[in-house]
Design a protein around this ligand. Structure first.
Ligand code: GLN
Length: 198
């Protein structure tokens, strides 16, 4: 499986090294020809407005939207979650997303005083171990559609969700040494989705 990391802005390097730890040699995606080579994509944390704007400048916005709509497996952390949401609250005027996930996210939802925090949370991948979750000006999921599964919550707000081929977390597993979420994406989300289209 060829996995790309959208490499326009944000913590690209950290996702690249998390994927390398999972035995993947990722492609850094900055142009449509690189997007065309990959089977699955990771969208990093960073600034969702900037990533969306740069994707338009680099001619990637429409091709990414189309690949996601056609079923390409995608994982987005934090800004990546925002970019995968069909609807955003507290967005910048005219802010675009790639969409694909039938969720409404609220940007910077945890408020200014607790802009950034860390918490050990459970993640519904069948493991009883808590996951150390790093939140940095993170969104939460405010509404979910019928086909969305909630994998983790904080104070009843979903912070990890998935559909058949899309995974999104409000937090940044790429900033820890625990690669469980990346493995979950590769094994439980991307592989089965790609098997289906074969
Ligand atoms: N608040 C940022 C945004 O709206 C996301 C922050 C992050 O990715 N750490 O894009």
């Amino acid at each position: 499986m060829k996995v790309g990391v959208l490499s326009l802005q944000g913590d690209v390097r950290e996702h690249v090294s998390a994927l390398i730890s999972c035995g993947i040699n990722p492609v850094e995606v900055r142009r449509p020809s690189e997007l065309a080579q990959i089977d699955a994509l990771v969208i990093p944390g960073g600034e969702s407005t900037t990533i969306a704007q740069l994707s338009e400048i680099f001619g990637l916005y429409q091709p990414i939207r189309e690949r996601i709509a056609a079923g390409m497996p995608v994982y987005g952390s934090c800004a990546g979650m925002i970019l995968l949401a069909n609807n955003i609250l507290d967005s910048k005027a005219g802010q675009k997303t790639f969409g694909g996930l039938d969720i409404t996210v609220r940007r910077n939802a945890f408020g200014r005083q607790v802009d950034s925090f860390e918490s050990d949370i459970s993640f519904a991948d069948g493991s009883s171990h808590l996951i150390h979750a790093v939140f940095i000006r993170a969104p939460w999921v405010e509404e979910i559609g019928a086909n969305i599964e909630v994998l983790a919550t904080i104070d009843e707000h979903p912070v990890a969700v998935r559909s058949a081929s899309i995974l999104a977390t409000s937090f940044h597993p790429e900033l820890t040494h625990d690669h469980r979420i990346h493995r979950y994406f590769l094994e439980e989300v991307a592989k089965p989705a790609l098997e289906k289209v074969k």
